[in-house]
Design a protein around this ligand. Structure first.
Ligand SMILES: [Zn+2]
Length: 182
C-alpha cells in the first residue's frame, strides 16, 4: 500500500494551522509536558476507540492509555502501529492483557493539534496511513476538540484535491452530520 496523499495532507494542514493561528511546531518552552500529552492523547483515544473504525478486539485485550515519549530522539511525530504491554506480559485487567498505544513526540510536536493528528492514525483503520478514512477522522476530531471550522476544512480539502470520507463509517457520518447542523 502506498501513502499517496501524505505530502498533500501535510501541506494542507500547515495552511490550516496558520488559518487557526497555530504553527505546526510549537515554540520552545510552549510545549505541553509529556504527562499532559499522555492525558490528552489518552482522553481522545478512549472517547473514540473502536467507534469510527475497528481498532482492536476488546474481548481479547484492554487498552485505555496512550503513552508519549521520545526515547529514540526522533525528529518526527509518530503513531506506532500495534499495541504494547503495560509492564510486559504480567499486567492483566479483568483477565485481559493490559496494553497501551505508543506515540513518538519530539518537543516541537507536543501540542494538541499534533496529538490529534497522531491519535487519528490510531482511530482510523490500521492500513489507512493518510487516506480518505484517516482524513475524515482527523477533520472531525479537529472540529470536535479544537473547534476548527468544518466548512473551511471541507472547502480547502476539495481545493487541494485531497480525498476524505465520513460515510465509510456510519458512526463518524452521524457525528459529522450533527456537527454540521450546529
Ligand atoms: Zn500522519
Amino acid at each position: 500500500m502506498k501513502d499517496t496523499q501524505r505530502g498533500k495532507v501535510y501541506r494542507w494542514e500547515d495552511k490550516l494551522f496558520s488559518h487557526h493561528g497555530l504553527t505546526k511546531g510549537v515554540k520552545e518552552n510552549n510545549e505541553m509536558s509529556l504527562t499532559q500529552c499522555n492525558a490528552y492523547a489518552s482522553m481522545v483515544w478512549r472517547k473514540f476507540r473502536n467507534k469510527f473504525y475497528y481498532n482492536f478486539d476488546k474481548n481479547r485485550i484492554t487498552c485505555r492509555r496512550v503513552i508519549c515519549s521520545n526515547h529514540a530522539n526522533g525528529t518526527k511525530g509518530l503513531a506506532y502501529s500495534g499495541f504494547y504491554y503495560v509492564n510486559r506480559k504480567k499486567n492483566y485487567k479483568k483477565g485481559k492483557p493490559n496494553m497501551y498505544k505508543k506515540m513518538q513526540l519530539p518537543k516541537w510536536a507536543r501540542s494538541k493539534h499534533i496529538i490529534i493528528h497522531e491519535v487519528s492514525h490510531f482511530l482510523a483503520p490500521e492500513t489507512s496511513m493518510h487516506d480518505k478514512k484517516f482524513v475524515g477522522v482527523y477533520v472531525y476530531l479537529l472540529h470536535k476538540f479544537l473547534n476548527f471550522d468544518l466548512q473551511h476544512m471541507i472547502d480547502s480539502l476539495n481545493e487541494a484535491k485531497i480525498e476524505f470520507s465520513f460515510n465509510t463509517s456510519p458512526y463518524l457520518n452521524r457525528k459529522f452530520n450533527s456537527a454540521r447542523k450546529k
